[in-house]
Design a protein around this ligand. Structure first.
Ligand SMILES: [Zn+2]
Length: 248
């Protein structure tokens, strides 16, 4: 006679398989970010909320590059910023992630990096204009955090970054870096890359001087709706993931 299936065990195995899948996504995302020039020594980090426990998230550990994430060194962290699983060192800026996850139930991935052009744009005190298509993705969706150049090392500072984000997609941390969010890891990664592209074009335009007028709000909003489709993020993230795999 067949034994009754052990459902508790099945559930556990199912969850751990799902968690392994999420960790694999983080690993690939880190490699994609480095391939796209988003690395700054071992600085920068990304996190992914657990769909089966939204009070927890996986996060890259301290002291390793974005392209050195493994299933062993990923930390599991709660919304107070406390490590609940994993032995690696935690980034002191964990509060960027925990406070945004607290404030924004729709956000499942948070990325913080130090990309050159986005930092340069933040240092001008100007926000992103729509001089190229990436500008449309962040149209009326880009906050600025101007409290300090320092690391975001407390819950209060993390909460201030979350307030600067508001209902937007990303925040420019003045003279420091970017924080980009997404409902998916693909959305956050592609958003981070596009923000940098948009900032680069803008700095070129402004350096050339005398920029022509941007397109109308209606034009920009139409493009924003098109390029904000989840499919757009997935297609482009999958392409970049295949590319890093091809290159080993
Ligand atoms: Zn930083």
């Amino acid at each position: 006679m067949a034994k009754k299936p052990d459902t508790s065990r099945t559930k556990k195995v199912g969850n751990s398989a799902a968690h392994r899948g999420l960790k694999e996504e983080l690993i690939v995302a880190g490699k994609v970010l480095v391939a796209q020039g988003q690395d700054d020594f071992t600085r920068g980090h990304l996190s992914l909320r657990l769909p089966d426990n939204p009070q927890l998230f996986f996060m890259k550990a301290h002291s390793i590059g974005l392209d050195e994430i493994t299933t062993q060194n990923i930390l599991t962290i709660d919304l107070d910023g406390k490590v609940v699983a994993g032995a690696a060192r935690r980034h002191s800026e964990v509060y960027i992630h925990s406070e945004i996850f607290k404030a924004r139930p729709d956000v499942n991935c948070v990325i913080h990096t130090h990309p050159t052009y986005s930092i340069a744009l933040s240092a001008t005190g100007r926000t992103l204009k729509c001089y190229s298509q990436p500008g449309a993705l962040f149209y009326e969706a880009l906050g600025t955090y101007t409290d300090t150049i320092a690391l975001i090392r407390s819950q209060a500072m993390g909460a201030a970054v979350a307030r600067a984000l508001g209902n937007g997609r990303a925040v420019l941390l003045k003279n420091h870096g970017v924080v980009v969010t997404g409902a998916t890891i693909a959305e956050a990664v592609i958003g981070t890359i596009m923000l940098e592209n948009g900032a680069q074009v803008q700095l070129l335009v402004e350096a050339a001087g005398d920029p022509a007028a941007e397109f109308s709000r209606a034009h920009i909003e139409r493009l924003k709706a098109e390029i904000s489709q989840p499919e757009q993020f997935a297609i482009n993230f999958d392409y970049l993931a295949r590319r890093v795999k091809r290159r080993g």
